[in-house]
Design a protein around this ligand. Structure first.
Ligand SMILES: Cc1cc2nc3c(=O)[nH]c(=O)nc-3n(C[C@H](O)[C@H](O)[C@H](O)COP(=O)(O)OP(=O)(O)OC[C@H]3O[C@@H](n4cnc5c(N)ncnc54)[C@H](O)[C@@H]3O)c2cc1C
Length: 378
């Protein structure tokens, strides 16, 4: 009828103050949502895709404050489950059972990731890894612990995970006390994983609203109000998947830990056949397209970021064969989500609010399964 509003069901988004969202944005993407996912990384996207499988007709929106991405597009792409020195430390601190459980979670997660997207789509390289030791005492301790580690993890991984029958020179490394190989690990092309996920979101009609920070969550009348930097959205169900930033919204034990990554100029004659871990995984390196990627060093007490960068460069020059000069051509920081205890938090917080956060340093491995478990709580 002339003069009657056509969209009677379209509620004003922000009755008490003009919303930053337009009528069209509200109508097209933000109205009548069934679920909102806060955080569009591997966990948030995996959770949204799982929700779609279970609820084909739901209106699902992911909100992310970044315009490009978080740790999911800023990581090193190691498909790993823990280097010997890291696992030995876990073993000493958490015990054998908990260490095996951590490795199992990462291993199962890696298999889920590879089965979901396929090795081709991920650019998966079955390259193995080595741990590079410059501390003689740590090398001896890890070498002595290998029989126990291999025995404890053999059932989970279906194979002996670690071996000492490799030389540093075979791994493209030099000036070390020794190396331990981890042939079951690999590497992915991080950008390909993110691209596969985003293409799939699009296909599954899952909205992705970037550049909007969620600043508060309040509950009333069976619905969550999700306040963002440009107005608010409502949905009965909210999945928080913002990793290290979760404690800004929820009372959870999560902190952000910045992590630096450098990529060098192309290096002639570089030959790093495997990924490289050093010092409990705090330093990591690999070859990408003829360049050295090196990152980490957050355990070094460096007064400035510039000093950490110099130490990472110096490590590469000292220990990677053939690298005499390291010019930084790419440098970025990403943020890990860490807490007092290892392992992610996957929680039903009540009233349709769920959290899947704190991915630590091996989120590539565990992110797919954490996202699915988060969605399965709904
Ligand atoms: C430098 C670096 C190297 C790494 N290397 C490896 C590796 O080699 N192998 C491995 O297994 N793991 C690695 N990781 C860890 C892995 O990348 C992460 O654990 C994983 O990507 C986490 O996924 P996520 O979805 O939980 O978090 P993220 O990818 O960080 O996604 C969280 C998203 O939430 C958004 N967000 C935060 N707060 C808000 C808010 N209030 N409102 C809206 N959006 C918000 C952020 O913008 C972000 O996009 C690395 C991490 C870093 C930082």
């Amino acid at each position: 009828m002339p003069g009657q509003p056509k969209n009677k069901g379209l509620r004003p988004n922000h009755p008490e103050a003009p919303s930053g969202f337009s009528y069209w944005e509200t109508k097209g993407w933000l109205q009548d949502l069934d679920a909102v996912v806060v955080g569009g990384g591997l966990v948030g996207m995996s959770a949204a895709l799982r929700l779609r499988q279970r609820h084909p007709n739901w209106r699902i929106l992911i909100v992310d404050r970044a315009t490009v991405g978080g740790a999911t597009t800023r990581n090193a792409g190691f498909a790993c489950f823990g280097s010997p020195s890291e696992l030995l430390e876990d073993w000493q601190q958490l015990g054998a059972e908990a260490t095996v459980a951590l490795v199992k979670m990462r291993w199962d997660g890696l298999q889920a990731l590879r089965q979901t997207w396929g090795d081709r789509a991920l650019g998966y390289q079955d390259c193995g890894a080595v741990e590079a030791f410059s501390d003689p005492a740590l090398f001896t301790a890890c070498r002595d612990a290998l029989p126990s580690l291999n025995e404890a993890l053999g059932d989970t991984l279906g194979n002996r995970p670690f071996t000492t029958d490799v030389k540093a020179s075979d791994a493209g490394l030099t000036r070390l006390e020794g190396v331990i190989a981890s042939p079951l690990e690999g590497a992915i092309d991080t950008s390909r994983l993110a691209t596969a996920l985003r293409m799939h979101l699009h296909r599954e009609n899952i909205g992705l609203l970037t550049g909007h920070e969620v600043t508060n969550l309040t509950h009333g009348q069976g619905c969550w109000t999700i306040e963002t930097s440009e107005g608010h959205i409502q949905a009965p169900c909210v999945l928080v998947a913002n990793n290290g930033w979760a404690s800004a919204l929820l009372d959870l034990d999560v902190q952000t830990a910045p992590n630096t990554v450098l990529v060098s100029q192309p290096q002639l004659g570089l030959h790093l056949p495997s990924t490289v871990h050093h010092d409990r995984g705090y330093v990591y390196a690999r070859e990408v397209d003829g360049r050295v990627l090196i990152g980490g060093g957050r355990h070094w007490a460096c007064p400035t970021e510039a000093e950490r960068v110099e130490r990472l460069k110096a490590w590469a020059v000292e220990h990677i064969a053939g690298v005499s000069r390291f010019e930084v051509e790419f440098q970025w920081q990403g943020h890990l989500g860490v807490g007092a205890s290892r392992g992610p938090l996957i929680e039903d917080l009540g009233d349709g609010l769920y959290a899947g956060v704190r991915m630590g340093g091996m989120g590539v491995a565990i992110g797919t399964l954490v996202g699915r478990k988060l969605a399965d709580l709904v």
